[in-house]
Write a protein that binds this ligand. Structure first.
Ligand SMILES: [Zn+2]
Ligand SMILES: [Zn+2]
Length: 259
């Protein structure tokens, strides 16, 4: 199983050589088997970042959605319509926490996808929808993943969660935070358990309060930083993360062998 970062940028990253933080998890085929691919988040620039890796929308068996910001779901209309009209109705599974599915349709996708040539559509007209429950997680091609709600935006009125993943790979377990505040109390058990951590990391002068900032992450214990890779960053000059004890900043297109 291989994890490739189609992009490692934040939602507003304007670097010419980077894209939003969407990833491709791919099986390692043996013999004549074909690779199977799970797209982890499908942001508004996915049609470019995936093409850059050589993939078309019908190259995916499934899509996982972590939360409803457009750098994570803004490409789903493109994927749905391209698969429907261009790729002979190719269908992918759509894995998402069950709480996200109604708002994903009602607030994000219905305007563009409801009225189609065959009459009125629903999410299930385009995707094989698989509602997820955090307590159960899900299995994909022999890999079990825990679904981990992480606080992303906390206000007096509301908390917006993103749904991170803890994957139990044959070779390595991994914690993919997705978009998350700096929350060491909540995340430390997963940080300790994981063999490798893929961590949301904000850069630059502004601390948004909705992503972990580099200046916060650098305070983590050395043994945690030693297995932590950083992504979802803006196009600012990067600090020397290796000198600070991290594995480093993930580069766009970089892959990890998860066994
Ligand atoms: Zn994001
Ligand atoms: Zn977000």
């Amino acid at each position: 199983m291989k994890l490739t970062f189609a992009g490692t940028g934040s939602a507003f990253c304007m670097a010419a050589d980077n894209f939003q933080s969407n990833m491709v998890l791919e099986t390692t085929p043996s013999g004549d088997e074909q690779s199977q691919r799970l797209l982890i988040d499908c942001g508004s620039d996915a049609r470019h970042s995936l093409r850059n890796l050589g993939y078309m929308p019908n190259d995916f068996d499934a899509v996982y959605v972590s939360h409803l910001h457009s750098d994570h779901i803004g490409g789903l209309e493109w994927m749905a319509l391209a698969n429907y009209f261009v790729f002979d109705g190719h269908r992918t599974k759509l894995f998402a926490a069950h709480e996200l599915l109604d708002p994903l349709w009602e607030h994000c996708l219905r305007g563009g996808l409801e009225t189609s040539d065959h009459g009125n559509s629903q999410l299930s007209s385009y995707f094989d929808v698989v509602p997820l429950f955090a307590e159960n997680g899900f299995d994909w091609k022999g890999l079990h993943m825990d679904v981990v709600p992480v606080a992303h935006i906390v206000t007096d009125e509301n908390t917006m969660f993103s749904y991170g993943l803890f994957g139990h790979g044959k070779k390595q377990s991994f914690f993919l935070t997705t978009d998350a505040i700096f929350n060491p109390d909540a995340h430390m058990p997963l940080y300790r358990k994981a063999d490798v951590i893929f961590q949301d990391c904000e850069l630059g002068p502004r601390h948004s309060g909705v992503h972990a900032h580099y200046n916060e992450l650098v305070t983590l214990p050395d043994e945690i930083k030693a297995k932590m890779w950083l992504y979802h960053y803006q196009a600012y000059d990067k600090p020397d993360a290796v000198a600070d004890g991290f594995c480093g900043f993930i580069q766009p297109g970089q892959s990890f062998d998860l066994g």
